[in-house]
Every structure is written in C-alpha cells, then in structure tokens.
Design a protein around this ligand. Structure first.
Ligand code: NAD
Length: 497
C-alpha cells in the first residue's frame, strides 16, 4: 500500500496541492511505498508566514517552559524509538540496529536541548566604568530553516530544529524527498509534546522548495546538510541573500594505521566504519592509509570485509542494507569500474551482488581496493558506497601529508599504541574531528560536529554551544544607574505612576 506523505503547515497536517509528485521507494526492491505532492510556492509562503507569526509569541515563552517541551519530546521519542526505527529502516533500507542508532543520536541532541537555559546564559562584567555594568543576553533570530539529506533522516533533522526552537526561534524543516516519513513522524511527536501551532513547519519537495527558502527575506538562518555541490550552492545563495548559513557537505575520511596498532581491533573497527550503513555515512572511513609493515594486514582485512553480507532491514544477520536509489547504485558501480580501469587492485568486487528474491534492489557487495593513488577518481570522489580504498605510506609524516592534501576535513582516525604518534597526529592533522583508536569520532551533543575544509561552509557548527550561537543573536547592554536617584526613590513625597 502506498502512503501519502503529509506536510505540516500552520499547525495542520496536509497532503499538499502541488502538481509535482515524488515517489518514495523501498530501496530493497524499488517498489513505491509513499507519494509526496511537492509543496507549492504558496504552501512554502504559508509555512514561513505561520512561522513568523508564531515567533512573536514563542520568543516570549519562558525558557524553562520551552525546555519542558523538549523534555516531553525526549520522553516521547524514547517511547517511540522502535517504531521510528522501523519506519526509518523501511524507507532507507538500513538494518534495524543501525536505524535505532540513527534515532538515538537524534534523541541525545534533544536531551541536550533540555538544558537550553544554561546554554543561553550570557556574560556580565560589573563596574566597566563608575556605576556602569555591562551584560549580554542571547536572543532568538526568528524563522530558521533546515534542509536535510537522506542518509540520517532522524538524526540530522534532530541536530537542527530542537535546539533552534528551544532557543526561541521557529523552524521550517525541508527533509530529503527520498525518506520523508521518518521526519513526518518526528514532527507528529513534536506536536504531541505540546509545541504550539506554527513553531515547527514541515514542507516536502526538492530544489524548487529549497530555492524559495534560500531567498525568502523572512528566513534568518539556514542549516543545510548534504552533498558538496548542493552545499556550496546553498551557502553561496543563502549568504548572497544575507542569511546566516551553516552548510555541512561531503567527505572523504582517512584513517592512518601504524604498525604498532592492535591488529585485531583495527580490522574489527575498519569493517564497520568502511562498509557499515553501505558506506552512506558522512563519517565513514573510506580511505585506509597503512604505514610501513601495517600493509601486511590488508589480506586479513579483506577477508573480514568479505564476510559482511548485505541484507534486508529486518534480517539480523545483515551487515548493511541497499543503497538509497538506483541512481546511487549506478554511480557507485561506475566509480568501481573506473577504479579498476585506472589500475587500482580490486581485492573484492561487490558490483554483482544481489539479495535472493530482491534482485531489483540497490545492492552493492563490500568492495576493497588496494594500491589506490591520489590521482585516481576513486580517491578524489566521495563514493558514498561500501567501498574501502587502501593506500600505503612509509612514515607517519608521509601519511599526514596524504590526509592534509585532501580537500575534505570531516573526520579522521589514527590507530596506534604510541602516545607520541597519536599526539603528533591530532596536532598536525587538518581535519575537524579526530579519533585515536576510535574509528568514527562523532562528538556527543555537548560538543559540536566540527567538520573542516570542503566538508563545511560557515563558522558555527551543528549542536552544542556552537549551534546555540548559530541560532541566537547576542545583545550587549551597558547600564548606568545614578546613586543620587536612590534618595529620590526612597523619598516619602515621591509618587509612582
Ligand atoms: P543532497 O545534496 O542530494 O540533498 C540534500 C538536500 O538538498 C535534500 O533535502 C535535497 O532535497 C536538497 N537538494 C538536492 N539537490 C538540490 C539542488 N540542486 N538545489 C537545492 N537543494 C537541493 O545530499 P544527499 O544525497 O541527500 O545526502 C548525501 C550527502 O550528504 C553526502 O555527500 C554526505 O557526505 C553528505 N552528508 C554530510 C554530512 C556532514 O555532516 N558533513 C552529514 C550527512 C550527510
């Protein structure tokens, strides 16, 4: 049965009037599971107008009451954790455990948003001059927007709207059109948590909807997560229209494996971090740089990766699911083919993989290349598939040089038993999130998600204190009170009113 995806505009769940229909498919067999009527321009306008109106009253709601909405939301998300993960797994193809992780990492951000009063505290200095004090407040901006990708349909919307709204803003969410049902359920639960009408709006669509949001004068700040090309476009267009923009983009994450590392741990970690979630993670480790004799572990690594079997979301034995779409699959197959043609050694080729009974799905088996070089397309492009590229370096310095030459800077890891090597790596590496014997170093929400270079455009990052700065303006007050007025105020002849 095909469901109809709903927008949430001005406090109502509506089907949408748009003539453009988008079909949401099950990636395991490409059968339709839901239909979207993309939002019309008028619907996007209504959503923004409603968010603008709601801002007037929402910003006056005391911060502790706003926090209580987040507390109720966090509680509801936990109650509905399995249900959300099931919806998410069915529309993305992720395994159930992976889908639960996607939801959980979002819940953690909502927990963080419950602490909004402390996060919004300003600064004070008494007596900056005689009888003069200076103090600052953080105040919300107005209507904020989130544009999110397909690969974390729970976590990434939850990176954005809970903190923005807890800070007193109102929010318009435009999630990926490839898996819109998880965000729809997140919004239903937010309403159930007691968020007033208009505070959160949900509109579905593609570039057409994004283009209106990017240019709309009432939109004050815009958070984007997605591919490099679209991220650059969103950043340029949004800032050109004088908005605050944070754009998280693509990645090519390297790990460096020193010969003194714990071999078994390296192999275990690399299996999950490279091909887990079909490699469709912005923090996936897609390049492994083996230093010196560590390269002798590659055959064992390949054997471990070869054991990972893709499968259906509810198959407990499945290592990962299908890619999101036939286009994504075709792109990854094309890149693997180019890698072979360019002369990389393809140790494991996943191009012909299919799950029995689901041959029409977007499957790709785990794939491993060795002797990849910096000039190859499979090295330069973000593959976003279950493909690991192995490279070699003679020294740690040479490995650092490889990583720092990459235009991306989302995440990286070093595996070593040597503290000095780890410290040198963390200090010299030009990447925003560094793991030491930790394969996917995604910071918890009290830190921020701090990608660098071509993986991020903007300055304040997602969640943590930086997100609060992104979604607020600082007001600095300098106040002077005259002691002589105290006598007047306490005089019996003074009348008030
Ligand atoms: P995408 O860029 O195709 O889509 C992201 C959003 O932009 C969607 O909502 C989509 O509707 C919209 N969009 C698509 N094309 C557009 C256009 N031409 N103009 C305006 N809007 C457009 O990304 P995706 O394929 O959904 O997600 C995968 C990408 O996201 C990967 O590159 C991955 O690395 C990246 N990603 C980055 C991070 C990070 O934190 N850096 C996190 C997750 C995903």
């Amino acid at each position: 049965m095909t469901a109809q995806v709903k927008h949430y505009i001005d406090g109502q769940f509506v089907l949408g009037q748009g003539q453009t229909q988008i079909t949401v498919t099950n990636p395991a067999n490409n059968q339709p599971i839901a239909l979207i009527n993309a939002a019309t321009e008028a619907e996007v306008e209504t959503a923004i107008a409603s968010a603008k109106l709601a801002f007037k009253s929402w910003k006056e709601v005391p911060v502790s009451e706003r926090a209580r909405v987040m507390l109720r939301y966090q509680h509801l998300l936990k109650i509905h954790h399995d249900e959300l993960a099931t919806i998410l797994a069915q529309e993305t193809g992720k395994t159930f455990d992976d889908a639960k992780g996607d939801v959980w990492r979002g819940i953690e951000v909502v927990e963080h948003a419950c602490n909004v009063a402390s996060l919004m505290m300003g600064e004070t200095v008494e007596n900056v001059a005689r009888s003069i004090d200076t103090y600052s407040y953080t105040q919300p901006l107005g209507v904020c927007v989130g544009i999110t990708p397909f690969n974390f349909p729970a976590m990434i919307p939850l990176w954005m709207f809970p903190l923005a709204i807890a800070c007193g803003n109102t929010f318009v969410l435009k999630p990926s059109e490839q898996d819109p049902m998880t965000p729809q359920r997140l919004v239903e639960l937010f309403e159930e948590a007691g968020a007033p009408k208009g505070v959160l709006q949900l509109i579905h669509g593609d570039k057409t909807a994004v283009d209106i949001l990017l240019r709309h004068p009432e939109v004050k700040a815009l958070s984007f997560v997605g591919s490099v090309a679209v991220g650059q476009y969103v950043y340029r267009t949004g800032t050109d229209h004088l908005k605050r923009v944070q754009a998280f983009a693509g990645a090519k994450n390297h790990c460096v494996i020193m010969p003194d590392a714990n071999k078994q741990q390296v192999i275990n970690h690399l299996v999950g971090a490279s091909v887990g979630a079909a490699g469709q993670r912005c923090m996936a480790l897609s390049v492994a740089v083996f230093v010196g004799e560590a390269k002798t572990w590659i055959p064992e690594l390949k054997a471990a990766i070869a054991k990972v079997k893709p499968g259906l979301w509810d198959d407990k034995e499945a290592g990962y699911g299908p890619l999101i779409s036939p286009a994504a699959k075709a792109r990854v197959i094309d890149l693997i083919t180019q890698g072979i043609e360019e002369g990389a050694d393809c140790l494991l080729d996943g191009r012909d993989f299919a799950v029995a009974g689901f041959e029409s799905g977007n499957w790709i088996g785990p794939t491993v290349f060795d002797n990849v070089t910096k000039d190859m397309v499979i090295y330069k492009e973000e593959i976003f598939g279950p493909v690991l590229s192995c490279m070699h370096a003679d020294t740690l310095d040479a490995a650092i040089e490889i990583v720092n030459a990459s235009p991306y800077g989302n995440g990286t890891s070093i595996f070593t038993a040597c503290g000095a090597a780890a410290r040198k790596y963390q200090h010299e590496i030009e990447v925003g999130q560094v793991g030491i014997n930790v394969p996917i170093p995604v910071p918890l929400p009290f830190f921020s998600f701090t990608g660098w270079k071509g993986s991020f455009y903007g300055d304040q990052h997602a969640y943590g204190k930086q997100a609060v700065r992104f979604y607020t303006e600082t007001k600095t007050i300098t106040a002077r009170w005259f002691e002589s007025d105290i006598e007047i105020a306490s005089s019996p002849n003074m009348t008030i009113g």
